[in-house]
Design a protein around this ligand. Structure first.
Ligand code: CAP
Ligand code: MG
Length: 432
């Protein structure tokens, strides 16, 4: 037996040519003091695939075929190829236990960030992706040329089910398509899920009758998986076409189960990303938001929060654009340090959802970034309107219409009192 203790360098090969079915990961890494680049990337490839910290007494014969290979380094970025056979098909948690697992706690790396993953068709084909796609959702809502619009009743939690539904009614009557539950509203003593669904149904029917438009809601079913199924069933029974899930906190398995369950009931899935900033905010460590969005498109949500670049929460224009790309395109093009090439094959598109600190004055810059294929949520920015929710929604709809007609906010405000009042209160301020 040799005296060799470590075998990390066996996981590095700069001449390696990835196979067509390899899964490629792009990491940002910073070796700890005293650790060379080669040692660091060897550890990343090793610990995320087949290796451990030391050489072993006995190895089964297939090890070479299973191991990952760090094959390309560019500054602090490394690409690692993983053979398909390492992975269980259709099992997203297993994949993340490898590529997003132990390696993030290794002492040998000071910082490590999983930037993107390029999935081969052979892996993707075991997932269904979104059930409706952006076209399907537009058809369902009968909204074709403008962004879909929605709002969360604010304060975010505190209303009774009836008060909530009344605010919802005002939101719909102002011209919005959707009313959204807030991420921390599920079923509380003062606003029970069942009561909310029943009252929202009544208000929705009334609003649809009065406006002649399709109205819907993202009602939050987040809970234990069996409870989510029950809640989704109830939504379908009451004629809803959407459910909402806090996808990070309910977890990949829960979302995977609900993807099929909700689709069978005819429900689209609105994915809220609460908790994402715990792992995607530090640009040097964790995992990127564009990758979370990608994983959620693969599993099959219909839309996911993607940031505003100008609102109250983190996420700059580059990130927002990358997220929109991985959700909407048929092929995502590589972007240095941000994205890898991705062909989406059979998978339908999903909507990005821009939300957080928006008001009518910020609608033009958001649409400049996203174009019209998005779900736009303006919440505090309608309920804080000097004349109330309905006027706030009208102001936002006017801002959108004006933008699409090529008018400035000021020009549009001449024919919309509601927009004029909104601009008087907020102008184009960017909240913090
Ligand atoms: C927006 C929101 C959303 C955030 C989530 C909130 O309300 O309801 O949860 O948009 O962030 O509670 O902040 P406002 P993100 O429009 O009143 O800010 O979309 O970035 O995931
Ligand atoms: Mg919220």
């Amino acid at each position: 037996m040799s005296n060799k203790v470590e075998w990390y360098l066996e996981f590095v090969d700069f001449n390696y040519k990835p196979a067509k079915d390899d899964l490629i990961c792009l990491f940002y890494f910073e070796p700890d003091q005293g650790i060379s680049v080669k040692e660091a990337i060897g550890r990343i490839a090793s610990e995320s695939s087949t290796g451990t910290w030391t050489t072993l007494f006995k190895l089964p014969p297939r090890m070479k075929k299973l191991q990952a290979t760090a094959f390309h380094v560019d500054g602090n970025y490394v690409k690692v190829a993983y053979p398909l056979v390492l992975w269980e098909m259709g099992n997203m948690p297993q994949l993340l236990s490898g590529i997003a697992g132990n390696i993030f706690g290794m002492k040998a790396v000071k910082n490590l960030r999983l930037v993107d993953v390029s999935f081969p068709q052979a892996y993707l084909k075991h997932f269904k992706g979104p059930h409706f796609g952006m076209d399907g959702i537009r058809k369902m809502m009968k909204v074709y040329k403008r962004p879909l619009t929605g709002a969360v009743p604010k304060p975010k939690i505190g209303f009774s089910a009836l008060e909530h539904a009344q605010i919802g009614f005002e939101t719909w009557m102002g011209g919005f398509d959707f009313v959204k539950d807030d991420e921390n509203l599920s079923s509380t003593s003062f606003n029970k899920f069942e009561d909310r669904v029943k009252l929202m149904t009544k208000m929705r029917d009334k609003a649809e009758k009065l406006t002649g438009e399709r109205k819907s809601a993202f009602i939050n079913i987040s809970a234990e998986t069996e409870v989510m199924k029950k809640r989704a069933k109830m939504l379908a029974n009451y004629g809803w076409n959407y459910c909402m899930i806090d996808v990070v906190v309910t977890g990949y398995s829960g979302v995977m189960t609900l993807r099929d369950y909700a689709s069978d009931l005819g429900l689209a899935i609105h994915a809220h990303r609460a908790m994402h900033a715990m792992f995607d905010r530090n640009p040097k460590h964790g995992m990127t938001m564009q990758l979370l969005a990608k994983l959620m498109r693969i599993i099959g949500v219909s839309q996911i929060h993607s940031g505003t670049a100008v609102g109250k929460l983190v996420g700059d224009k580059r990130e927002v654009t990358a997220i929109a790309d991985v959700l909407r395109e048929k092929k995502t093009k590589a972007l240095k340090g941000h994205l890898l090439d991705q062909d989406w094959h059979h998978m339908k598109s999903a909507f990005p959802c821009s939300s957080g600190g928006l008001h009518p004055g910020l609608i033009p810059p958001v649409l400049d970034i996203y174009g019209t294929d998005l779900v736009l949520l303006v919440s505090g920015g309608i309920h804080g309107h000097p004349k109330g929710t309905r006027a706030g929604a009208k102001a936002s709809m006017a801002a959108i219409e004006g933008y699409l007609d090529g008018r400035t906010l000021q020009e549009t405000a001449k024919s919309s009192v509601e927009l004029a009042e909104a601009l008087k209160k907020w102008g184009t301020m960017k909240p913090k």
